[in-house]
Write a protein that binds this ligand. Structure first.
Ligand SMILES: O=C(O)c1ccccc1N[C@@H]1O[C@H](COP(=O)(O)O)[C@@H](O)[C@H]1O
Length: 218
């Protein structure tokens, strides 16, 4: 969904209050994690309540790690998500199957980026760059990544209000995604940090727009 600005996803939402706060702050999407190993695991029934409450303008992204296509589709359907984000072992044919039902964010680490570029992505599959251990708050080396960052790709990994503007101006991602830096403790957001994250991304976009040749004031 290209919009001309950086989309913002607030991941690891486990309460209705946190989801509504993210929506009010201006987030484009909330992430609902269904990976059983996660400290931010959300029950399908609560995820569904969140999906039905945030309003049609806010995407709901189901997040999965090393789960079968059948499980992904069953949970995504139950929770009424609008897209899925997959980490770990998913083959090309599995991604294509998922993409027949939902837009897919395929998460890869910088170490595996080359491999994923060599194998063409199926339609409706978008790459997201993240640290090898998802949800660990580990930032990527944006300078090293810049020459290889995929056009239209998303960025995650240790992003927060303190560094998201720098990441946007370094890589121009289509979207940014964060969890650890926005929490009071795992699974529970700090509402002020969520607002600050969205605002910092919006301000970064405004600065990039103002710097474009022909922009008013240049
Ligand atoms: O956060 C988790 O627990 C998690 C578990 C399984 C798959 C993905 C998970 N989170 C994803 O991690 C990245 C960024 O995290 P951080 O900001 O560096 O802490 C993001 O894509 C989340 O969706």
């Amino acid at each position: 969904m290209p919009s001309g600005r950086t989309l913002v996803k607030i991941c690891g939402t486990t309460t209705l209050g946190d989801a509504l706060n993210a929506a009010e702050a201006g987030a484009d999407a909330v992430g609902l994690i269904f990976a059983p190993v996660s400290k931010r695991l959300v029950a399908p029934a609560l995820a569904r309540e969140i999906s039905l409450s945030v309003g049609p303008g806010v995407g709901r992204v189901g997040v999965f790690l090393n789960q079968s296509v059948a499980e992904v589709l069953q949970l995504a359907d139950a929770a009424r998500v609008s897209a899925v984000q997959v980490h770990g072992e998913f083959s090309g044919p599995e991604l294509a199957e998922l993409a027949g039902f939902y837009p897919v964010l395929r998460v890869v680490s910088p170490q595996t980026l080359t491999y994923h570029f060599e194998a063409p992505l199926p339609p409706h599959v978008t790459l997201m760059l993240d640290a090898p251990q998802p949800g660990s708050g580990q930032p990527l080396d944006w300078a090293a990544l810049a020459p290889h960052f995929p056009a239209g790709g998303w960025l995650a990994g240790g992003l927060g209000p303190h560094n998201v503007a720098q990441a946007i101006s370094a890589l121009h991602p289509a979207g940014v995604d964060a969890v650890s830096a926005l929490e009071q403790w795992p699974g529970i957001k700090d509402p002020a940090r969520v607002w600050a994250f969205v605002a910092a991304a919006q301000q970064a976009d405004a600065r990039l727009d103002a710097a474009k040749p022909g922009a008013v004031g240049c």
